[in-house]
Design a protein. Sequence first.
Length: 252
Amino acid sequence: MVSQQLLGMRKNIILSFRFRNSFPDVNDTLMLAPADMPTQPLDKSVSRSTLCKITGLGLAGVARLLAGASIRWIASQPDTCQRVYFANHTSHLDALLIWASLPRQVREITRPVAAKDYWSRGALRRWLAEEVFNAILIDRTDIKVHQSPVDLMLRQAGETRSLIVFPEGSRSTSGEVGEFKSGLYYLSKKRPEIELIPVHIDNLNRVLPRGEFLPVPLLSCISFGPPLWLERDESKLDFLARARRAVLSLKE
């Protein structure tokens, strides 16, 4: 009887030893109380991404509601191909409203280009610009020859991201479209295969007038025009004038 009990104990010890060596993590876990169980660390990037997407959807809806924006595509259609959307500049809502006017799939790959001195003013603005809109912030006070804004934009855009730019450089106070700066020309010269989509924003300077903080609900219109490219041997002045006319032609 005793020998049989000893034999049974020996078998149990051998089986237990084999089980623990085959599945060490399971056995270690079984030895812990529930309060001591190891927990997986929260993936902060996933959490932040979800929050940013929800915030982006909400802001897109609010922007369209406040601006009462109607959206027109003239001789072009939304597309996920790499593009540069260039528009007249009338208020701080311009980039947000163009971004919000794009379909979700296009919006997710489109990065507004914005002034760092404005969007870095305060933690909330910086979080919105960098995390929600995925904007490219340009420091207008520290332009370097070896690190131009155009080079920065192209590096950040890579081969797949689209951009939203404002060739006037600063917001218009009169509502008229000013002369285009040379950045759009050099951008298209360095990446001539990228589609350039003219965009005209109408009436948004009255929705958020210069110097005001709270927007005024008014009707506005966002018009997207046909693509254009830099033509062979086209001069900088001719190209910029043609690009400006493309924006003006979309005005109702």
